[in-house]
Ligand binder design. Sequence first.
Ligand SMILES: [Zn+2]
Length: 130
Amino acid sequence: MLALQAYLVLVALLLGSFINLAADRLPRGESVVRPRSHCRSCGRILNVVDLVPVGGYLIRGGRCATCAMRIGPLSPAIEALCGAAMAAAITTLGMGRGAAVGFAVVAVVGVTAITAGFARLRAKPGSPAG
Ligand SMILES: [Zn+2]
């Protein structure tokens, strides 16, 4: 039972990671599948360590390991929020209902983050429209 709970929290963390990717790429009209995750500044393809939700950010000290560009604290915050929401939901509501509520919260976080991503891009002066 504990293994399943840990698995659900892991899935929520990975979904949080995917939400960050989607919130970054969709407003720019980029694919969420290709290319592989890379640093926006130097183009280095991110490795396993970089991609660990929350942990990768902490290990790298919030910076790209190659060019030291700052990675905003919003990314690990979104991952942590998704993982924490799932953990809280399944511990308080039990497995079935908790998982459903946990995934619903993750979905809301996803829609909110992606909407904010579009707004952020629109707000930037000089960025190409559409
Ligand atoms: Zn870099």
